[in-house]
Design a protein around this ligand. Structure first.
Ligand code: AVI
Length: 327
């Protein structure tokens, strides 16, 4: 009852590198300069993100864990676990630490479902597989290794059962407003009438609480950002001098945008795969947005992209919500 399905050959390692190089050069040749935080997660980045999730300042993971641990039956009700059998698809499942609580509950109440975690990292999927085999040997699992939409399309062809999509962790906050809308519309177009989506949103809260979560004194978030420059050095033959860049975090409590930048500490030229990129002293690279939402902003996003909100589960502090949407 376990299967691994990978991306088709057309997405080979070389294609990934070409894509990465192209995005990096386009981003650094733009004004203002930018890089995509989706590239944060190589092996070192994965490890740094694990450390971030364990930091006392980084409340997001603990809040959503609170929901999955303590409000599991509410989630089960929200996704209509007592109705027809379904495929439970998790986008960017990672080690599935939070969703394991739901899987355990669903199997205890005798739900008929197949768990389909999607992740770009084969490494983390094998960790997940090992954990689940040990903890929940009886559930059906299809591991889907690849990009979200490519694997979602694959999942749609694997069975005709209704789909429940989990998109946890506040990952939607790492998209710009436009990207988030495009993502939701694409999801809406792919899904059918009976399908359900559960999305994790980090709520607007005391601005200091937000800012502190992304500007920790231990410097882990700084290292997480700077690791992308090291990754460019490693994988794209770059020669960034990491000590010449400094992390800067900002939070705008009105728009809810928490943003990460790297500041160039001097005039410098960096070579990436033979291309020279010039930086002025104090010029910044826009690295990441971690968008915070109000409930009305979540409602607008759902309505604008065709969905209907059918439920909402908050943690005990009311800092984070899992919002349940129906097609
Ligand atoms: C994965 N994502 C939801 C994290 C966030 O909170 O935006 C990534 C992160 N960046 C800095 N710290 C954590």
């Amino acid at each position: 009852n376990l299967q691994l399905i990978k991306e088709s050959k057309k997405s080979s390692e070389k294609d990934h590198t070409d894509h990465f190089l192209n995005d990096v050069l386009t981003g650094l040749q733009s004004t203002p300069k930018h890089l995509s935080s989706k590239y944060f997660y190589d092996k070192t980045g994965d490890e740094l993100f694990q450390k971030i999730m364990a930091m006392p300042e980084y409340y997001l993971t603990r809040c959503e864990l609170d929901i999955f641990k303590n409000k599991t039956s509410e989630i089960a009700k929200g996704i209509r676990a007592d109705q027809e059998p379904f495929d439970l698809i998790e986008l960017g499942a990672g080690d599935a630490m939070k969703s394991t609580y739901l899987l355990k509950h669903l199997s205890e109440i005798g739900t008929d479902f197949t768990y389909m975690p999607i992740d770009i990292s084969g490494n983390i999927l094998s960790v997940l597989e090992k954990n689940l085999k040990r903890q929940l040997p009886a559930i059906d699992i299809e591991l889907l290794e690849g990009e979200y939409f490519e694997m979602l399309e694959k999942a749609m062809t694997l069975s005709s059962r209704r789909k429940v999509i989990l998109f946890l962790g506040g990952n939607i906050g790492n998209m710009s407003r436009k990207e988030a809308e495009k993502f939701c519309i694409a999801l809406y177009q792919l899904l059918n009438k009976e399908d359900i989506v559960l999305i994790g949103f980090d709520l607007k809260k005391n601005p200091y609480t937000v800012l502190n979560a992304y500007s920790d004194k231990s410097g882990i978030t700084a290292a997480f950002n700077l690791n992308l420059l090291s990754r460019i050095n490693r994988e794209l033959d770059g020669n960034f001098n990491i000590a010449d860049f400094q992390h800067y975090e900002s939070y705008d409590p009105i728009t809810g945008a928490c943003k990460s930048f790297l500041i160039s500490l001097r005039d410098q030229k960096v070579n990436i795969a033979g291309q020279l990129i010039s930086f002025e002293e104090n010029e910044v690279i826009d690295m990441e947005v971690s968008q915070k939402f109000s409930r009305s902003e979540i409602r607008k996003l759902a309505e604008k992209t065709g969905f209907r909100i059918t439920g909402e589960i908050a943690d005990s502090k009311d800092w984070f919500i899992d919002s349940i949407w129906k097609v």
